[in-house]
Design a protein around this ligand. Structure first.
Ligand code: ATP
Length: 299
């Protein structure tokens, strides 16, 4: 009999995960590669979210035991503040985000939200408390209204409109002949990178999570869209504990705290100003990006 139930269990699992928004993050987390070994601990209780303080204590992690990707990471993100994670490609920035969402468990140390080890709370409650705006948003072959409403089960029309408003995409939607009923995705309207990101922002506004992970797109949007999206994101970060995985340092100069990862270790930390004074890796990255941006400006 158990043999019969297992595949059904699995289907239920997939269904729930899809409903909870994992599909949206397939790009960021490589869902299909993710081993399904993370389970609720026996007797796991729901996360009791208070103000939303996030704490990493001596966190280490490797996808394979012989290759450590994160090494002894200590970070405290006070409730409501913004942490930016920067560093060279392959430093472990996305891996850190995956551990926060508990796609993997640390191999050493622990991650606490409001004092509770995330390995000991139910995954549903953990993922309910965290919103993710991924680099690349996957849209369903359905209406744009559905694609936004999916942020929270049972959201009504007025709430969907308010979220679209907050994500600065309401005007665009209202300009479509079918409005919120316009079909998007492969078989419908193709949205631009910026518009897709706004759909993700609207979903997150509906979900209204106390903790936010923003994975900044590597592929550059045009600079006006970029500036507009940044302004919208600043709005949704307000009052939430936010973790921003940043590729362009110019977008995180106001972060309360910047952590520079290199080779899986925190090599520098501080505010933008403090880090520039240190003249280390951050300064080097900053000067390089400034020079690149200068080159991009037409003479
Ligand atoms: P980028 O800025 O290029 O996105 P990153 O700092 O986010 O890089 P990660 O994606 O966290 O870096 O990757 C850190 C290291 O872990 C890399 O060497 C990468 O090859 C490895 N890695 C990432 N995902 C996996 C995986 N699913 N299995 C095995 N190794 C992985």
């Amino acid at each position: 009999l158990m043999q019969l139930f297992r595949p059904l269990d699995m289907l239920g699992f997939v269904y729930r995960e899809v409903r909870q928004g994992l599909v949206d993050m397939a790009a960021m987390f490589r869902l299909l590669d993710t081993p399904a070994e993370i389970r609720d601990a026996p007797g796991a209780r729901p996360l009791a979210v208070g103000a939303g303080e996030v704490r990493l204590e001596d966190v280490s992690f490797g996808y394979e035991p012989e290759r450590q990707i994160l090494k002894g990471i200590d970070i405290v993100i006070p409730a409501g503040s913004t942490l930016a994670v920067v560093g060279p490609s392959g430093a472990g920035k996305s891996t850190l985000a995956r551990l926060l969402y508990r796609f993997y468990d640390p191999t050493g140390g622990r991650i606490l939200i409001d004092g509770q080890d995330i390995a000991h709370v139910t995954q549903a409650s953990l993922r309910g408390a965290i919103g993710i705006v991924p680099q690349d948003t996957v849209l369903f072959n359905d209406t744009i209204g559905y694609n936004i409403a999916y942020g929270r089960e049972g959201a009504d029309e007025a709430e969907v409109r308010a979220a679209a408003e907050g994500a600065a995409i309401a005007g665009f939607i209202e300009s479509l002949p079918d409005g919120y009923d316009a079909r998007v995705g492969e078989r419908g309207l193709k949205l631009s990178g910026g518009e897709k990101q706004r759909v993700a922002i609207a979903r997150t506004l509906l979900k209204n999570p106390p903790i936010l992970i923003l994975d900044e797109a590597t592929s550059a949007l045009d600079s006006r869209t970029e500036a507009e999206i940044q302004a919208t994101l600043k709005g949704i970060e307000r009052g939430r504990t936010s973790i921003v995985i940043a590729h362009r340092l110019s977008t995180i100069v106001d972060a309360d705290q910047i952590v520079v990862l290199d080779g899986g270790r925190v090599v520098e930390r501080g505010t933008h100003r403090e880090l520039l004074v240190r003249r280390g890796l951050y300064t080097e990255m900053w000067l390089r990006q400034q020079a690149e941006e200068q080159e991009d400006v037409p003479a």
